[in-house]
Write a new protein. Structure first.
Length: 207
C-alpha cells in the first residue's frame, strides 16, 4: 500500500506573500521524493499581478505590484477575497497526464459551484472556469520531474476592479465574475476547504 499516494495533506496558510509562497512551492517540489505525501495549500494573497510563462512584460499604473511567475498561462490578478488553491501533486506517481490534471482542477470548481445550482463550464483553448461567459476561476500549473505545483484561483468576494487594468489571462475584454455576484455569500476559508475536498475526491476517484 502506497501511503504517500493515499494521503493528501491540506494546509490552510491564510494571507501569504506571493513571492514567498512561490519560493516555498519550488523548494517543496525540488526536495520531495517518491515517499512525500501530496499537499494542497490554501492561501489568500495581498494584491498582486502575476505573469505566467506566456505573458509579456506589462506596466500597470495602479500601484499594485507585478511579479514574474513560472506557472503556465498569461497575466492574472490575486487579491483578498479570492481562494488560491495550490496543488502540489506527484502526477507521475498517480499516473495522471498534465491535460487530465488540468481537467480535474477545473472539474473541482465546476462540481463545487454545481452544489449551489450554479452552472459553470470550460472554454475551449482557454483554461479556467466560466459562468455565463465570465471567468470565475483562473488556472495555471508547472510540472517539474512529473510533479505539479501552482493550481487555481477562485473569485469568492474580492474587489474585481484591478482586473480592468489588464487583459485577464491574455484575453482582451474578458469579463470576470465572483461568487458574490452570483448570489453566493461565503467565507473564503470555508470555500477553500470545500474546494480542496472536491479536488481530493476527484484525485482519489482517478487513482
Amino acid at each position: 500500500m502506497n501511503l504517500a499516494l493515499e494521503r493528501i495533506v491540506v494546509h490552510e496558510k491564510g494571507r501569504q506573500d506571493y513571492l514567498a509562497t512561490l519560493r516555498a512551492m519550488r523548494e517543496f517540489t525540488s526536495r520531495r521524493d517518491e515517499h512525500t505525501a501530496d499537499e494542497i495549500w490554501l492561501v489568500e494573497h495581498p494584491p498582486v499581478y502575476t505573469l505566467g510563462q506566456g505573458a509579456d512584460g506589462v506596466a500597470v499604473e495602479n500601484g499594485i505590484p507585478v511579479v514574474r511567475s513560472d506557472r503556465g498561462g498569461d497575466i492574472t490578478y490575486h487579491g483578498p477575497g479570492q481562494v488560491v488553491l495550490y496543488a502540489l501533486i506527484d502526477l507521475a506517481r498517480r499516473a495522471i497526464k498534465v491535460k487530465r490534471f488540468v481537467w480535474l482542477l477545473e472539474q473541482a470548481v465546476i462540481d463545487f459551484l454545481a452544489r449551489s445550482s450554479i452552472r459553470a463550464e470550460r472554454r475551449e483553448g482557454a483554461p479556467g472556469v466560466y459562468v455565463d461567459g465570465a471567468k470565475i476561476a483562473a488556472l495555471g500549473i508547472r510540472v517539474s520531474r512529473g510533479r505539479a505545483y501552482h493550481g487555481l484561483a477562485l473569485n469568492v468576494d474580492m474587489d474585481l476592479r484591478p482586473f480592468s487594468a489588464i487583459d485577464p489571462c491574455g484575453y482582451p475584454g474578458l469579463q470576470v465574475t465572483r461568487m458574490r455576484d452570483l448570489g453566493l455569500m461565503a467565507d473564503v476559508g470555508l470555500v477553500g476547504k470545500d474546494l480542496a475536498d472536491h479536488l481530493i475526491s476527484l484525485l482519489e476517484k482517478n487513482a
